[in-house]
Every structure is written in C-alpha cells, then in structure tokens.
Design a protein around this ligand. Structure first.
Ligand code: MRU
Length: 351
C-alpha cells in the first residue's frame, strides 16, 4: 500500500493551541503556540491558519482557551466565551465552517451554564468538544475520500486549485483527501496544481503536500488552466469549498469560477468536495472577503511587481453557480443536480 503523510495543521497542547504557520511553507515547518484568543484571531487573519475546516477547528480551540482563561465564575466565563466568539467570527467572513464551529461551541457553553455546571466542568467540556470537532472533521474527510474515490478513474489527470489538503482541514483533506484515497488505492493519477495567486496556496501548500505523499504533480500559473484543459490532458477538476449554498452554488478561492467555466467549455467534470459543516443551511448569501490590495501589488509581501499604489482588487473568493458544478462530494453522499433536494437530504441525514 502506498504510504501517505499525516499532518494536522492545528493541535491542542497542554492548555494551548499550537499551529503550523502556513505563511512559512514550503520553506520552513514552523510551529507556534498561544493561549491568547487575540493571537489566534491574528493568525487566522494572516492565513497562518487557513482553509475553511481548519479555521473552524482553530476557532473551536480558541473558545476552549476562553473558557480556560476565565477563572472560577460561570457567568464571567460565558461572557468571555461570547465576546471571544465575536472576535473570532470577525476574522474571515466567507468560510461557513468558522461560524458553524463557533455556534456549536457557544451553544454547548450556554447549555452547560443553564444546567449549572461547575466552571471546571465547563472548561473540560469545551476542550473535549473542540478536540471532537477536529476528530470528526478528519473522519468526515476520510469518508469523503472513500466516496469521492468512486468518481476517480485510473489515469485521471486532476486539476486542482488552492489548497484543500490536510493543511486546510482538521487533518486529511477534502478534495485532496479524495486524491490521496485514490492514490492509496493504487490508481495511477496525476495532479495539475494552479499557483493560486495572490497568496500561492497551490504552489506553496498543495505542491508541498503532494510531494510529501509522492503523488505526481505539475505546477501551472492560474492563467494556464485553459491551456492545460485543452492540451495537457486534464480529465477532472476537483477542488474544495468555503461555503456551499443549498442551491449548489459554491464559494471557493478566487479563480474557481473561471476554472468552472473552462471545465464546462472543455466538457470536463467539475467536482467539489466539502464536508456537511461547509454547507450553509441558512443560505442567506455569501460575503466575499476583500483583502488588502497590497497582496496583489507585491509577491508575498516582498517583491513589488507594479507601480506603487496602483488600485488593485483583492477578493479572496468567488462564487461558482450550481449549473457549472457536476457533483458535490460530502461525507454523507454525493450530491448532483438538482442540488436543493439532494443537499436537503444530505443535511437532514446523520449527525
Ligand atoms: O484563503 P484560504 O487559503 O483560506 O482559502 C482556502 C480555500 O479556498 C480552499 O479551497 C477551501 O477552504 C477548501 S478547504 C478544504
């Protein structure tokens, strides 16, 4: 059996949250740790921790820290948890997993407070719940991997965008989980990874993960996607999501929408892998995070590639309309159009 690596981007270590600083990859594997929610919020904003499920897991640990830091009074603890939930919720607006995890943690704290739990009990329960969120995410990724593997054929050339690997999740990968499951099953697959400008999650992180697992990968610039589909034998597009609406629209890293249009033009299946925690059951709309234009004017905060102060757009995500999506792989099944009934069935079954 082919071996694959084991990476968890965040961990609970003796009352602290530890994370691998993803801004340092692929050059350095640097771990940081803290028992401050403000530090954690800063790390999420800076993309030291990034990827929809990973920021959800991190926020859950953040609220476990809030509970641990709030002394012996239940009322004070609850107030602090609620305040910190607001701080963490303000870090990144698009990925729904963040709000899903915060909501789950706050609701649990409120339930325990109502039951008159002892403060020590609350602290322990918050830590246990956050660990459970991470473990459940890994399990759901593995399940998605198994289900998604049914769609992968021997010889597939898979184009992916951004990073939806172990680094972006509790620790296995959504779309990358499908790729590594297919690889482990012995399928002869190759990956084409886009660089994913402006922050290069594809070049820096996806390639790093694929290399560790010895899965063949070729790097392209984002603008080569059409060429790769026409000339480099792409047979599938497979990527993750930050938010899936009940109608099947998918928010994911900027550039995804363009790739979906190209896939349609070239008759290539466009597959999305996302856990149920990424499905926005309320579907009230998608807020697209707008980041600092300086990220577009400078390469990774170092090299200036244009004239100073030229206006630049920097939306971190875009929305792919459902008619361009061939299937959405979740841990509870694979949804296909019409998405509303298919996703309704998925969210209403199981946990
Ligand atoms: O800005 P990022 O790096 O957090 O964006 C991440 C993505 O767009 C991923 O594709 C998405 O979160 C799926 S993660 C399993």
């Amino acid at each position: 059996m082919r071996r694959i690596s084991d990476i968890k981007p965040v961990e609970w270590r003796d009352g602290k949250i530890a994370w691998m600083d993803q801004t340092k990859l692929p050059w350095k594997e640097e771990w940081k740790e803290s028992e401050s929610v403000d530090d954690l919020a800063r790390a999420i904003k800076r993309l030291e921790i990034r990827g929809a499920p990973a920021i959800g897991v991190a926020a859950a640990y953040g609220l476990a820290i809030s509970a641990s830091n709030s002394g012996g009074n239940l009322k004070t603890a609850l107030r602090r948890i609620r305040d910190d939930a607001v701080t963490l919720g303000r870090t990144r607006p698009t990925a729904v997993n963040l709000f899903w995890a915060i909501d789950r943690m706050v609701k649990m704290a409120e339930r325990l407070a109502e039951q008159g739990a002892a403060p020590e009990q609350l602290k322990q329960a918050m830590v246990d719940e956050a660990i459970m969120i991470q473990n459940e995410d890994i399990e759901s990724n593995k399940r998605m991997g198994k289900l998604g593997n049914r769609l992968i054929r021997d010889g597939d050339v898979i184009l992916t965008h951004c990073n939806a690997g172990a680094l972006a999740t509790g620790g296995y990968g959504t779309s990358y989980g499908v790729i590594r499951t297919a690889w482990q099953a012995g399928k002869d697959i190759r990956v084409i990874a886009t660089q994913t400008a402006p922050l290069y999650q594809g070049a820096r992180l996806t390639v790093w993960e694929l290399k560790r697992d010895r899965i063949p990968v070729t790097l392209i610039t984002d603008s080569m996607a059409a060429y790769a589909m026409k000339n480099a034998g792409v047979t599938k597009v497979l990527l993750g999501a930050d938010r899936v609406l009940m109608n099947g629209d998918v928010a994911n890293k900027i550039g995804t929408y363009g790739i979906a249009i190209l896939a349609k033009r070239h008759d290539i299946p466009f597959l999305v892998a996302a856990p149920v925690s990424t499905i926005d059951r309320k579907s009230t709309g998608i807020v697209i995070e707008q980041r600092d234009p300086a990220e577009v004017r400078n390469v990774l905060g170092k090299l200036a590639i244009t004239v100073p102060d030229v206006p630049a757009l920097n939306p971190a995500f875009d929305v792919t309309p459902n008619e361009l999506v061939s299937a959405i792989i979740t841990e509870r099944g694979i949804a296909k159009a019409p998405y509303r009934p298919a996703l309704r069935k998925i969210v209403s079954t199981g946990g």
